[in-house]
Design a protein around this ligand. Structure first.
Ligand SMILES: Cc1ncc(COP(=O)(O)O)c(C=O)c1O
Length: 326
């Protein structure tokens, strides 16, 4: 056993099994302490907190991009797919990402190792950076900033039996021609306002429509419903984030030959849904119990349960998106 451990436990001459038991105990206590906190990796420096300049454009304008990944058995799940989308979002904002995917992966893994959580929520944020001039137009020499935030999340993944209550929002999803929902930018005001309004209306989350009156998605998840045994989800053309979980679910539906359609949905069609659920990297699948006044006949429904099991099996098997999401 290395010396520093003996010194740390304050005992050099006791029985090794006792020593190991003590060491385990200390590690468990340390882990308990870490579980209540955050770890922040700010441009390579890992600490329990981090400070960003007030001149950072992420702070001033939400001028940046981000991804949220969860770990599964301690490893970030779908990281390649999230990094692909991060790069696509940055390209949409005419933003350079000077770090390779390999570098970001290494930094994520380094932060996770230090966090010693059983399972973690990982947020990767790239802002366009800070400069002395406060101006809408970024300077040519501005240098982006990379932040990785790691925090503990529940280890056990369980499908909610209660489900959520969605309210069809009067606030429209941002038009693709204005700021495409396909880019995961730091500007989430559209979703924040819809969520506040849904909560004020007594619902858990909002379901947003686009300018053509079609269903798009919830504030931080993609939307699915089942009607006549067919799984439906709005197409990317409706103006949605091209969810990584959505992509994995579509892959699963294809592999298992479960009838499904990426199709435009009108709000009145929600009234005839047999089951509905949301998908996202953190929550995986969240059954929907109610949409406005319509109580879903099944929550969670049989297809929701089947896809939940399939998704967990895929995660266990290290499922990857082939080809990567658009
Ligand atoms: C608006 C929106 N739609 C959908 C999703 C789900 O995407 P993913 O499955 O990649 O987490 C998110 C996730 O944060 C989101 O913010």
């Amino acid at each position: 056993m290395p010396n520093y451990i003996l010194k740390f436990t304050g005992s050099c001459f006791i029985d090794p099994p006792v020593e190991i038991t003590r060491l385990r105990l200390i590690l468990t206590v340390m882990r308990g302490v870490c579980l209540v906190g955050l770890l922040v990796n700010l441009n390579g420096v890992i600490a329990s907190t981090g400070s960003v300049s007030v001149l950072d454009r992420g702070f001033l304008y939400g001028d940046g991009v981000y991804e949220v990944v969860r770990t599964f058995r301690g490893r970030p799940f779908g990281l390649d797919e999230h990094l692909t989308r991060l790069r696509q979002s940055a390209a949409y904002l005419y933003m350079d990402v000077p770090w390779s995917d390999a570098h970001i992966r290494t930094e994520v893994e380094r932060t996770l190792r230090q966090a010693v959580n059983d399972e973690s929520y990982v947020r990767i944020v790239i802002t366009r950076g800070a400069e002395d001039e406060i101006s809408l137009l970024p300077g040519d020499d501005i240098e982006p900033s990379l932040t990785i935030i790691v925090r503990p999340i529940a280890q056990r993944m369980v499908l909610s039996e209660a489900g959520v209550h969605l309210q069809v929002s009067e606030r429209l999803r941002t038009d693709r021609r204005a700021l495409t929902p396909a880019a995961k930018t730091g500007n989430y005001l559209n979703n924040i306002l819809a969520l506040i309004e849904a909560r004020r209306g007594g619902a858990d989350d909002a379901l947003l429509l686009n300018g053509d009156g079609e269903v798009t998605e919830a504030t931080t998840s993609n939307f699915w419903l089942v009607r006549d045994g067919i799984v439906h989800t709005p197409p990317t053309e409706a103006g949605i984030l091209h969810g990584i979980t959505r992509y994995f679910l579509l892959q699963l539906l294809r592999e298992r030959s479960i009838p499904h359609r990426e199709t435009s949905l009108r709000p009145e069609e929600l009234q005839t849904a047999e089951e509905a659920f949301l998908s996202s990297s953190v929550r995986l699948l969240m059954p929907v119990a109610r949409i406005d006044d319509h109580l879903l006949p099944c929550c969670p429904g049989p297809l929701t349960r089947l896809l939940w099991e399939g998704l967990l099996e895929g995660m266990e098997a290290g499922m990857q998106a082939v080809p990567p999401p658009r």
